[in-house]
Ligand binder design. Sequence first.
Ligand code: NAP
Length: 253
Amino acid sequence: MSSTEQRVAIVTGAARGIGAATAVRLAAEGHAVAVLDLDEGACAQTVEEITAQGGKVLAVGCDVSDSAQVEAAVARVSTELGAPVVLVNNAGVLRDNLLFKMSDDDWDTVMNVHLRGAFLMSRACQKHMVDAGFGRIVNLSSSSALGNRGQVNYSAAKAGMQGFTKTLAKELGKFGITANAVAPGFIATDMTAATAERVGMGFDDFQAAAATQIPVQRVGEPADIANAVAFFADEKAGFVSGQVLYIAGGPLD
Ligand code: NAP
């Protein structure tokens, strides 16, 4: 790739929350960005923000846990925007419950979106990265990887994302591809708002209570995560690979 060519990035789950903030940030850093989400139409706001700042963007509807949809989505990005060389595996869902109440479907859905989704997307994109001799894969883990009550499915998936990341780093490094993970703590998004609702608290009270437990005394914003993803995605971060960065306003136990 010539230094004047615009790099193409794919961000999954980019209709809202951390994915949307990351897509906007990567566009601001000069990438052409494909925003993937279950519903193409739901990406309208992200598309609008990127377009308003003069960026190049393509919305694509895709369930990341579906192999055929992933192959079709990556092919479409490659044709309409260019070969993707940055991939942010961000799409995520919660199906929280205590172990004895957790259904097979709760378990499978979370594994499929996070782990199978990251696997399918990475496999589909790596050939473009290998061809380019350059690639950046950033995976969303979570502080829940360390264990969190009511989240056996999610914590297992997010711990799995860390092993997945380190293995990608080992396999793909020789092709100029790095793989890293960000592991957020509490970030104010629809996901944490849904958790507040599930436990019967208003979102403001829920955030205020969480902030008292965080050393910097505030909850995170999507931009806090987008910043770190932008660092890992940067060409200059080429010697940083296989790392997991916890972003939680302080150290975790
Ligand atoms: P969010 O606001 O719920 O956004 C997640 C996005 O992913 C939604 O737009 C959702 O679409 C999409 N999505 C879900 N399943 C999908 C699928 N199969 N294919 C494509 N897209 C799919 O969540 P967030 O808080 O921004 O979280 C983003 C990532 O960070 C997730 O991986 C999450 O686990 C991780 N994380 C979040 C926090 C936090 O505190 N918020 C902490 C640690 C880690 P729909 O709306 O249509 O379902």
